[in-house]
Design a protein around this ligand. Structure first.
Ligand SMILES: O=P(O)(O)O[C@H]1O[C@H](CO)[C@@H](O)[C@H]1O
Ligand code: HPA
Length: 296
């Protein structure tokens, strides 16, 4: 069965506000940092202290998670004293939801008071220097569905969130990219920390060899099926964004190769790096330097 269809874009603000108000009415904290866990990276949410957990199926207007490795829980809590909300599971275009619906949680983050969004994903490594298990700090993206007009901001602009034509040349906050390198160096993660360009495709089929070669020639270092639409929505409503990809598999670029992309390998790589990524995100969050501690 297909997920329920999206409300008309004109109603998106009211929908998001109702969801944010519903959540806030049950919480004694306000999150300052929003974290989205990619495939196999849901363990990041487990490191939050003083947790309050909601199943997506219990949250008004929220889509439901349908992908293995995406638990479908919204987890509130603190990371080293900073109030956070963590999506343990995200939504993807290929699940059948409209792009406005899969990005609804990012707008809900904004309406709850989130200032900084940290997005994680699992991605195929197009850059031939990358190894499985590398962590790529995203410095820029290529929005392939956007080339075909699939953009979460398409439709009437909602001025209460942001402007009609938001700039994307500063989508990935450069100070946060520098902070990530500092934190990575302090933790001794240099050897597997990279910086590069993420390309989003709609999925769910993995790429052909010709597609991987093309994407790499276009300047992409990693390829996945998420994140970009979330970044666009977060930037539209003025939140700062940091994003990173766990290179969960090498993209197949060679017709002689016996390698085959598969979701099981993606989840396994997430498991293997889970503990280090938890330490990385906790340390990174503790260094963000928010003005207040989020308890209102
Ligand atoms: O981007 P995340 O949610 O980490 O998931 C990635 O892993 C799945 C493929 O294994 C795809 O959904 C791809 O986008
Ligand atoms: O190779 C990949 N391609 C697209 N999405 C992915 N998500 C994890 N690995 C991949």
């Amino acid at each position: 069965m297909l997920p329920e269809s999206n409300a008309a874009p004109g109603y998106m603000y009211d929908e998001c506000k109702a969801t944010a108000d519903w959540l806030l009415s049950q919480l004694s904290m306000r999150p300052l940092v929003g974290i989205v866990c990619g495939s196999g990276l849901g363990g990041l949410a487990d490191s939050l202290k003083n947790q309050v957990v909601f199943k997506y199926s219990d949250i008004p207007n929220f889509p439901k998670s349908t992908v293995h490795g995406h638990a479908g829980r919204l987890v509130f809590g603190t990371l080293k004293g900073t109030s956070c909300v963590c999506m343990q599971g995200r939504f993807h275009l290929y699940e059948g939801y409209p792009v406005q619906k899969i990005t609804l949680p990012i707008r809900v983050f904004n309406l709850m008071g989130v200032e900084t969004v940290i997005l994680t994903n699992a991605a195929g490594g197009l850059n031939q220097d990358y190894r499985v298990g590398d962590v790529m700090i995203i410095k820029d993206h290529i929005n392939m569905p956007g080339f075909a007009g699939i953009n979460p901001l398409a439709g009437p602009n909602e001025d209460r969130f942001g402007v009609r034509f938001p700039c994307m040349s500063d989508a990935y906050n450069r100070k946060l990219v520098r902070l990530a390198h500092e934190v990575g160096a302090e933790l001794g993660f240099d050897e597997f920390l990279r910086e590069g360009v993420y390309c989003m495709l709609g999925g769910p089929s993995f790429e052909t060899i010709a597609e991987c070669r093309m994407l790499n020639k276009l300047g992409a270092d990693a390829v996945g099926m998420s994140t970009v639409h979330e970044v666009i929505v977060a930037r539209h409503c003025g939140m700062r964004v940091f994003a990173m990809s766990l290179i969960s598999n090498r993209s197949v670029m060679d017709y002689e190769s016996e390698e085959r992309a598969n979701h099981e390998e993606v989840l396994q790589t997430g498991d293997d790096r889970a503990k280090q990524l938890e330490v990385f995100v906790a340390t990174f969050v503790s260094r963000l330097g928010h003005a207040s501690n989020g308890t209102h």
